[in-house]
Design a protein around this ligand. Structure first.
Ligand SMILES: O=C(O)CCC(=O)C(=O)O
Length: 286
């Protein structure tokens, strides 16, 4: 018996490569998440930068709670099974006065993971609409092989390398994953997806949490880490991350610095780049 999705919705996730919406947070809770993020940004004088954009749940207790949110984990369990690791998280913030977009891509391309048992829960802190640049998905593309991608390093592209699919996507068949604040979408690591710029006068903030089943491993040879958030890990394929004892605890900062620096070796493998800084919003480790 699935926990949050219906049996039909689980079947559709496996057939289409995505499912939405799932109601995870109330609108008030989503607004509270936005407030906490913006308080954090204000405390340091601007939007999150550099390596903070990756695995911020290792630094901030409220984000560590969010990646363990029972409804989000129930939904992920419905598609990945009862044992779940949180492998990554990224903010996809589209500022209203910028041209930030996301090109068509498959998440798996530079992640170096051994298996596609990887699911993103994308949490809408603000409404994600056609105007604010909701994600769009090409149904069934997760069943294709890994497709070729081209790195563009376009400064408006929110992806790490500005990578884009080297093959055309049938835009007419694409589905807009419109979400209200507090809702989530789920998508498969091989799904082709993209999103357009935000043309509203408010920010569009999404928090993408990447979950994996514990049998998945990192095959690039670069040391990798993850955090057990449900069930058990009988494989020990990853260094186990620990939650922060408090916000920006010195031990948490040391762990986060080391881990985010190390993982750049596979995220940027084959390029001469370090952290790509897109003008369109924030740099994404994606
Ligand atoms: O937030 C967006 O518009 C795109 C998100 C995305 O590409 C992802 O979560 O993999």
């Amino acid at each position: 018996m699935p926990k949050v999705l219906t049996a039909d919705q689980v079947r559709h996730y496996h057939e289409d490569g995505f499912h939405f919406p799932v109601s995870a947070l109330s609108e008030a809770e989503a607004a509270e998440c936005r407030r906490k993020l913006e308080d954090f940004e204000a405390s340091q004088g601007g939007a999150i930068t550099g390596r903070q954009k990756t695995k911020l749940y290792l630094l901030l207790t409220w984000l560590n709670d969010l990646v363990r949110h029972p409804t989000i984990l129930d939904a992920v369990e419905d598609v990945l099974g009862p044992d779940i690791l949180c492998w990554q998280s990224s903010f996809f913030t589209k500022e209203p006065d910028k041209k930030g977009f996301v090109s068509w891509h498959q998440d798996a391309t530079y992640w170096g993971l051994s298996s596609p048992d990887v699911c993103t829960a994308w949490v809408a802190f603000t409404p994600s609409t056609l105007e604010s640049g909701a994600m769009k998905a090409a149904p069934g593309t997760h069943k294709l092989e890994q497709l070729p991608h081209k790195d563009t390093f376009d400064p408006d592209n929110l992806l790490t390398r500005g990578q884009e699919l080297g093959v055309d996507v049938d835009e007419d068949a694409a589905v807009d994953m419109v979400l209200k604040a507090g809702e989530i979408s789920l998508h498969h690591v091989m799904l082709a997806h993209a999103s357009a710029p935000n043309v509203t006068d408010d920010r569009r903030i999404g928090f993408a949490i990447r979950y994996i089943a514990p049998h998945v491993s990192q095959i690039t040879g670069v040391p990798d880490s993850a955090m057990l958030v449900r069930g058990e890990d009988r494989y020990n394929n990853f260094e186990m991350e620990t939650p922060p004892l408090s916000d920006l605890h010195p031990d948490a900062i040391a762990l986060h610095d080391r881990i985010t620096a190390t993982r750049e070796a596979f995220i940027y493998q084959g390029t001469d780049k370090g952290a790509h800084r897109g003008d369109g919003g924030v740099v994404i480790d994606s």
